[in-house]
Design a protein around this ligand. Structure first.
Ligand SMILES: [Zn+2]
Length: 332
């Protein structure tokens, strides 16, 4: 059993969009990259579902997040024969023993809290256990990787000047106090180092690869990888084609298993095997990927074996590292 634990997908966001168009879709629908039966067949243990909010699309981001969380719990209720919401590593292991998948709830875009700690605490009470300070926009908490046009295209150089704002530091303290995973994916380079300086617990990049292998602003430098590893955190390997391989044109980039294994090898060499997890970004990335849906994840294990990774190393990447971080950070 592979025991995949995935730290990031946008499936709930996709469901909300489809339902707005009147489609009757849920987590059993086989329209996107992720559905429950394929997760089960592929040997998943846990899927993290992000309440992802695009500040450029939503007039009321907090309301959008509440709708996404409602869809998450509607789906948990409708599919409780297959999957259960969790807030701890022990619950993941318990569910796995009982043949059940686990679901962790996260937020991608700290701006949904409108800079208000009361909203952060209420999202925690609703089961949210992981949050990025930003997505691709500046918000009350900080600045993203780089200048983004319309929230979509990554332009220009890495933002090394603007990081976490005053309110963002208050959020970091409160997230650590509550027992919530701080996720630095999408945060600027300057922000990364401020998170490192102003926190004490492990923190994660839920879906980012190695910049030395593929020079994309969303990927981590070797120094960042070392800092994350030193703190006991990890980065989730992202399947996205443009985060995996550089090419002359966007169309030529490919998210191959070989490419992903190259990132894993590099990150292991730089920060050790303990700082690697999975953060597929399924339903948030295009289709130029060899692992074209969650049912294909076992091919990654085949690729790792072929590249000479030992069973214990593969288990660390697929689930043990994330379970360790959850045990270190999450309280209940
Ligand atoms: Zn993302």
């Amino acid at each position: 059993m592979n025991g995949f634990i995935d730290l990031h997908c946008d499936t709930i966001y996709k469901l909300r969009m489809a339902r707005k168009e009147g489609k009757q879709v849920g987590l059993r629908s086989r329209e996107g990259h992720i559905d429950l039966l394929r997760l089960k067949e592929a040997g998943y243990w846990m899927q993290t579902f992000a309440a992802f909010v695009d500040l450029g699309e939503e007039k009321d981001p907090a309301l959008a997040a509440m709708e996404l969380i409602d869809i998450f719990y509607q789906e948990m209720e409708a599919n409780k024969d297959l999957i259960r919401p969790v807030t701890t590593a022990d619950q993941v292991i318990e569910n796995q023993k009982n043949g059940l998948l686990s679901a962790l709830l996260s937020i991608e875009e700290g701006g949904v809290c409108r800079g208000n700690l009361a909203l952060l605490r209420n999202f925690y009470r609703l089961g949210v256990r992981m949050m990025t300070l930003t997505w691709n926009y500046e918000n009350e908490l900080g600045w993203p990787n780089t200048v983004i046009e319309g929230g979509g295209e990554y332009l220009g150089r890495n933002n090394t000047e603007h990081g976490v704002k005053e309110r963002g530091f208050e959020f970091l303290s409160e997230m650590e106090r509550l027992g919530m995973l701080i996720d630095v994916s999408h945060l600027s380079d300057a922000g990364f180092y401020q998170v490192y300086d102003h926190t004490t617990k492990p923190f994660i990049a839920s879906h980012s690869n190695a910049r030395a292998v593929c020079s994309h602003v969303r990927n981590l430098t070797d120094d960042m990888i070392r800092k994350i590893a030193e703190r006991g955190g990890l980065t989730g390997i992202n399947l996205c084609a443009s985060f995996t391989a550089e090419a002359a044109t966007e169309e030529e980039t490919r998210g191959t298993v070989e490419g992903l294994v190259g990132h894993i090898r590099h990150i292991a060499d730089v920060g050790g095997i303990g700082c690697i997890g999975l953060g597929t970004d399924y339903d948030g990335i295009g289709d130029r990927v060899e692992l074209s849906h969650c049912g294909k994840m076992p091919l990654l294990v085949d690729g790792l074996k072929k590249a000479g990774f030992h069973e214990s190393e593969i288990d660390a990447i697929c689930h043990n590292n994330v379970l360790r971080v959850m045990k270190d950070v999450l309280k209940d």
